[in-house]
Write a new protein. Sequence first.
Length: 226
Amino acid sequence: MSVRAEFDSWAADGRDRGMEERHWHTAKHALGRMPVEEGDTVLDLGCGSGYAARALREAKGAGRAYGLDGAPEMVRNARTYTDDPDVGYVVGDFQSLPFDDDSIDHAFSMEAFYYAPDPVGALEELRRVLRPGGTFYCAVNFFEENVHTHEWQDTISIDMTLWSYDQYREAFHEAGFHVAEQDTIPDRETEIPPAEAFPTDDWETREAMVERYREYGTLLTVGVVP
């Protein structure tokens, strides 16, 4: 199944809002770090319900916010969640962004970058559209060190790129970015039951769940265009 077909079905089932709720726990902290200034143009790659573009307009004062997704149904849903004329959602893919060279100030992606069929090529394309000094805040939960997410590949028919901290840094460098920052953002909002409640349907031990959410959390890699 293609990325488009997979996530069109998610959007049709209303799962875009569920993803937004789960991702927001750590996405809001990554978005809060972005050096967006009033009037900047921003881009969210793999926008899903479009929450990041809306947040960057509302909280950061971005002049124009775009969300791009490969699933038309996701884009259709996102458009219905805002009436802000300066927030726009487009269908597209990471390998061929529908933007001019040096036209975007800052970009963001949450739990979507690893779906790119050619991740380094996607980074090179993103570097093309970002202005000098522009940033890319790439946030993922599915990464090599976070062993508790590896099984996600078994639940989805799309090939996902499983990179380590170092591989993300190397790919950013290869694509021409300077890596300004890389760390993890813990999820402190997902409720973790007491030890006596385990095992649960999803977790054998409380320790594993604590490690997944509180220790590994979300990997954030920040690239800057020289």
